[in-house]
Design a protein around this ligand. Structure first.
Ligand SMILES: Cc1ncc(COP(=O)(O)O)c(C=O)c1O
Length: 346
């Protein structure tokens, strides 16, 4: 097997990994520096990350007993799969979607069944329910908004898939790494009697990809089972403190989310004007297909102009497509001018 790679090139404008274009507020960074002096460095961290779970629970309106944290949402996903998937069990994904869902399923030993989405990457509820009933997966993944397409699942799809998943005794994971850019969250469907978890991250909205912190909202019984599988002391003391502190800057984060949504509209409209096919996005990136040009050429010519986006054209179902992260306004302008220039010359 090959590992998961996201090629990095040194460029002026980096719009390839869906990060925040700017770091967290300076006051946050100062507070983290002050926190560093208070950490009991010679002691193991709070194994249950109680303060962090309580702070996240307050922020999302869910009891702390239903919050679970790990080193990035990738680790949340891996620990979910270690707990509920594995050898002799099946994981179901709807492609194209975030590559780590199938990759982590394989590395944790489960069999992956992948079902293609319909036209324009919209999931047909009937087809999804059929796939669940046929394969009886231990774990089913939805990603909303979906990476790399940006497409949001409506409540009716998540509810319908959840019903099918519960009928076969499985677990539904909704990956909402980009949920803050979207108009609704599946977290509102979580309940003690349900087999649903929603996974979120500090990497995108919170501008903390370098910290590696993610979390999950779910029923208490499930968090208890996850705790039994998780490595002791996996979440270091500094990270726990950073996760708590960040939540005090929710207003600053909301402003950034709004700015990115406004830029998303501008970039999407300009790309459409350039005759690109643009998929509607509820995330901080846009999937598009340039008109009648080899996408790899367009990608390379952008790199030549010191702009890096993601070439998704070799991914299954994404022939001809590229994905661009919404950056700061000036970065987006550089990207758009470069695109206009490239498409005119090609
Ligand atoms: C859909 C999705 N889920 C999870 C992740 C992983 O995020 P984290 O940095 O929290 O591990 C990403 C990162 O790009 C993502 O796109």
């Amino acid at each position: 097997m090959s590992g998961y790679h996201s090629p990095q090139v040194t460029v002026d404008v980096r719009l390839n990994t869906n990060e925040s274009p700017v770091g967290p507020p300076p006051e946050f960074v100062e507070r983290v520096a002050a926190n560093a002096k208070e950490i009991l460095w010679h002691r193991y961290p709070d194994r249950s990350a109680r303060m962090l779970r309580a702070a996240i629970g307050d922020a999302v309106g869910h009891p702390a007993s239903g919050i679970y944290c790990a080193n990035g949402s990738n680790e949340v996903l891996q620990n979910l799969l270690m707990t509920y998937a594995g050898a002799g069990r099946t994981t179901l994904t709807f492609e194209p979607t975030y590559a780590l869902h199938s990759h982590l399923s394989r590395t944790t030993g489960s069999t992956v069944v992948s079902v293609d989405r319909g036209d324009d990457f919209v999931l047909s509820l009937a087809a999804a329910q059929d796939a669940v009933a046929t394969h009886a997966p231990a774990v089913t993944f939805l990603c909303s908004p979906n990476n790399p397409t940006g497409v949001l699942e409506p409540p009716s799809t998540v509810t319908g898939v959840l019903e099918a998943v519960e009928a076969v005794g499985g677990l539904l994971i909704v990956d909402e790494a980009y949920g803050e850019f979207a108009p609704w969250s599946a977290a509102e469907l979580i309940g003690e009697g349900r087999s649903l978890v929603v996974v979120k991250t500090y990497s995108k909205t919170w501008a903390m990809a370098g910290v590696r912190l993610g979390y999950m909202i779910g029923p208490d019984w499930l968090v208890g089972e996850m705790d039994a599988v998780t490595l002791p002391y996996h979440l270091d003391s500094m990270k726990q403190a950073m996760g708590v502190a960040a939540l005090d800057y929710a207003d600053a984060m909301a402003e950034r989310v709004n700015a990115i949504k406004a830029e998303r509209l501008r970039v999407s409209e300009r790309l459409t004007d350039m005759k690109c096919h643009v998929w509607p996005s509820a995330a901080n990136f846009i999937l598009f297909r340039p008109p009648e040009h080899a996408p790899a050429d367009v990608w390379q010519k952008l790199v030549d102009r010191s702009v890096l986006i993601r070439d998704t054209s070799s991914w299954n179902g994404l022939e001809g497509c590229l994905r661009v992260t919404i950056g700061a306004s000036d970065e987006n302008s550089v990207f758009l001018e470069a695109m206009a220039d490239i498409l005119e010359r090609l």
